[in-house]
Design a protein around this ligand. Structure first.
Ligand SMILES: [Zn+2]
Length: 71
């Protein structure tokens, strides 16, 4: 008999369902993160003037082009 485990939607960590106080999240932090992301998404209205903020996380597509297989 294996305990029912679920994966945290935020970090993907597995947790025991019956022992997770913040299910389906593994912790309150993950729950808040998910909620924050959801709210942010709701707020992202097309056409709205986005605040000028340096996006240091934005990484350009730096994938190697499809070519001969390098080994
Ligand atoms: Zn988590």
């Amino acid at each position: 008999m294996s305990p029912t485990t679920v994966s945290c939607p935020t970090c993907g960590r597995e947790l025991e369902w019956s022992a997770a106080p913040f299910r389906p999240f593994c912790s309150e932090r993950c729950r808040l993160i998910d909620l924050g992301a959801w709210l942010t998404e709701q707020r992202a209205i097309p056409g709205e003037t986005a605040p000028a903020e340096p996006s240091s996380e934005g990484s350009p597509e730096d994938e190697p082009a499809k070519g001969p297989a390098h080994r």
